[in-house]
Design a protein around this ligand. Structure first.
Ligand code: SF4
Length: 290
């Protein structure tokens, strides 16, 4: 179900320095996400999103953005995709991400977009304009196996479509890479999967892969995930319960070995293990008046 809502504010300040992505602002045009990844953290109680299947569309978002953006004094990076994919299917109908990017291009702010969708290609020219300042797109890929992805990310376009979209953006000179997270214990934490992701990323022109070997689980998110494990991966839930109990942080098995393999492969293919970032121009030092 899609429901239209009026938001009060839009751009959220990132208070702590963001060491992963270097974001200064977060922008979510939708609440809820139709990609329905079984591991999605946005189902956690702290976010207070009931019925995560439903998508709430902030229909006044562009007015808010046009009002808020010129008042931001710091030209920091605006992040899309922290709570909802900016290319959830509602975007086909509303084109809010496309229009918000056009507003951002006018105001010359840098952008970092995280998505699991090849729909981003529709905004390639706007992203190229933003990239005169800085634009990067991180495609989340946790497996290159399209059949496995259909089980764990049932509403999202396949990894092979995401990889093709990344290649299309790179051809246009836009920064792009992979966010390899989460890596689901007992399902994705094997050398073959990591090797496939790194080699496919390199083949499709990625500049970087940001990896985290494991996942986090809490309250409602855990309950939903375990239900889906019972449905698609019989027996795996019991392995989680034995190994992780109620822990929030659930590391991949042999995560140290996977990390070593990952680093070696990235070095071999000249891929960075950090995301590309906006570097603010150095302000000329004002000469003291004599
Ligand atoms: S794409 Fe992101 S926000 Fe959407 S369901 Fe998947 S993990 Fe959650």
């Amino acid at each position: 179900m899609i429901r239209e809502i009026q938001a009060k504010t839009l751009l959220a300040h990132v208070k702590q320095p963001d060491t992963w992505f270097g974001l200064r602002y977060n922008l979510n045009l939708y609440r809820g996400c139709q990609h329905q990844c079984i591991y999605c953290d946005s189902r956690s109680e702290c976010y207070q999103i009931e019925n995560f299947h439903d998508v709430l569309v902030k229909v006044n978002a562009l007015d808010l953005l046009r009002d808020e953006l010129p008042r931001k004094r710091e030209k920091g990076t605006i992040g899309f995709g922290s709570m909802s994919d900016p290319y959830t299917f509602a975007e086909k109908q509303y084109n809010l991400t496309g229009q918000a990017l056009a507003v951002i291009a006018e105001h010359k702010f840098p952008v970092h977009l995280i998505t699991k969708s090849d729909m981003v290609v529709k905004d390639r020219e706007t992203l190229a304009a933003i990239n005169e300042v800085f634009a990067t797109v991180s495609f989340t890929i946790t497996t290159t196996d399209d059949d496995l992805a259909r089980q764990i990310e049932p509403g999202a376009p396949s990894p092979s479509r995401r990889l093709k979209a990344m290649a299309a953006l790179r051809e246009r000179g836009i920064h792009a890479g992979i966010t390899l997270m989460p890596v689901l214990p007992f399902i994705e934490d094997n050398a073959a999967n990591i090797t496939q992701i790194v080699t496919q990323a390199a083949d499709h022109g990625a500049e970087y892969i940001l990896a985290s070997f494991g996942m986090t689980l809490r309250d409602r998110q855990r309950a939903y995930y375990y239900d889906q494990l019972d449905r698609h991966f019989p027996g795996v839930r019991a392995q989680y319960e034995r190994r992780f109990g109620n822990h929030y942080s659930c590391a991949a098995l042999r995560s140290d070995q996977l990390w070593e393999l990952f680093k070696d492969l990235c070095e071999r293919y000249s891929l960075s293990t950090q995301v590309s970032r906006y570097i603010p121009p150095v302000q000329p030092t004002q000469l003291a008046l004599l």
